[in-house]
Unconditional design. Structure first.
Length: 334
């Protein structure tokens, strides 16, 4: 009985520890990952002990589509890619590889917000999402470039253990532009086309990378289109997507600088987040007023949106901060 209890404890480690700093749990993860190999996915024992993630996909694409359309402003390209990618992934019984998407754009354009919407829709409401959604902040979890080798081992153990616990795990890496060079390549083995690796199937895992790198190139492209008097909705997605990999691969201020993930084409979708215009910021103000229980104030929406639309200095077409500071401006104004 003691042995069984000890094994049960190790089995619980991958799901009990996601809320903790990966650095504090790395010693446990190696042993937990090994123990997990003894319990095949979907077994009664695992699910009864863990209240494990659903072995069937619960993502409702129609609901996700509605959430993105109603809550995310000015990002028709990003919405299109995310919906197509997730729809194809969840309708595949056994995806050949994990779904990997890299979000690129200026701060405040909705990268983190879209990732949170995906997380909210991915699991049933009664399942504690923190068990299966793993958010890595570069500044918090990987602050020292000199510790890259240690971080690599810890990150591999973390992913291995949590995917063993829940094949449909979601991993979100924010502030990729500040990630130590070479660190993200440590997860390359998990992202490839493999049926299994050491008894663990990774094809249903989802990886999201959030990166400000590439944002300037996306803005330049959109601005050039506007100056040629072309509509924002006419921006060619394929042409814009083709610019991002080369931009971040050669950018030293990018976590993907000379990354093998790009060289080996392991990132499935490069998702451009366009700079926000006056009308989009105005919608952000409207939504913030609604969430705060305030009546719509047309004058206030106009005032805040005009003040935040500041780039380029002459045309003042885009908001350099996106909708990042809208909430604080509303609080000070109502």
């Amino acid at each position: 009985m003691k042995l069984l209890n000890a094994a049960g404890f190790l089995v619980l480690v991958p799901t009990l520890t996601p809320a903790l700093d990966p650095l504090t749990t790395s010693l446990f993860m190696g042993g937990a990952a090994a123990v997990w190999q003894l319990f095949f996915p979907g077994s009664w024992f695992r699910c009864s002990i863990l209240e494990c993630c659903s072995m069937r996909d619960t993502l409702n694409i129609s609901v996700l589509k509605m959430d993105l359309e109603q809550k995310v402003f000015g990002q028709h390209l990003a919405r299109h890619i995310v919906l197509r990618a997730l729809s194809a992934n969840v309708h595949s019984r056994r995806p050949k590889k994990p779904l990997v998407m890299s979000f690129h754009g200026w701060t405040g354009t909705g990268k983190s917000f879209v990732s949170s919407i995906i997380a909210e829709n991915l699991y049933q409401p009664d399942i504690p999402r923190r068990r299966f959604v793993h958010h890595f902040s570069t500044v918090l979890h990987f602050p020292h470039a000199s510790h890259v080798h240690l971080y690599k081992e810890q990150l591999q153990n973390w992913i291995r253990g949590n995917v063993s616990a829940c094949p449909r795990s979601l991993f979100i890496f924010s502030e990729m532009d500040q990630m130590p060079h070479g660190l993200i390549d440590s997860i390359m083995p998990f992202l490839g086309y493999r049926k299994e690796m050491n008894g663990v199937y990774y094809g249903r895992a989802i990886f999201l990378f959030l990166n400000n790198a590439g944002g300037d190139k996306i803005t330049e492209f959109a601005l050039d289109y506007w100056r040629r008097q072309k509509r924002r909705e006419e921006i060619p997605l394929k042409e814009l997507q083709s610019l991002i990999p080369a931009e971040i691969f050669n950018n030293k201020n990018s976590g993907f600088f000379h990354s093998q993930l790009i060289q080996k084409n392991l990132i499935d979708y490069f998702v451009p987040f366009l700079p926000l215009e006056y009308k989009h910021v105005r919608e952000c103000v409207r939504e913030e007023l609604r969430l705060g229980g305030h009546l719509e104030d047309e004058d206030l929406m106009t005032e805040i949106a005009l003040a935040m639309t500041d780039y380029p200095s002459e045309e003042r077409l885009y908001s350099s901060k996106g909708c990042k500071t809208v909430a604080s401006r509303v609080i000070l104004s109502v």
